[in-house]
Design a protein around this ligand. Sequence first.
Ligand SMILES: [Zn+2]
Length: 84
Amino acid sequence: MYCSVAREALSARIDGEAGPVPAARVDEHLESCADCSAWFDRACELSLRVDLSAITAPDLTADILRSAAAETQQSGYVGRGQAG
Ligand SMILES: [Zn+2]
């Protein structure tokens, strides 16, 4: 099997699509071709990273740190009950 065909099939596999050749043939090629094996590892890693960045959650870290710092500055225990 040509590397280009194997990689096309692997790319389809990562995307959850049916590849141009049977998966068993692709696995055979992976086992015998270090280049494609490394390529597949990297492709999986990239795919994972893309998936993670696709999940858009608001980053509240700065807000949380700011309010935590503000609370600390309001001198929690010492000032409470005495002010006013
Ligand atoms: Zn190959």
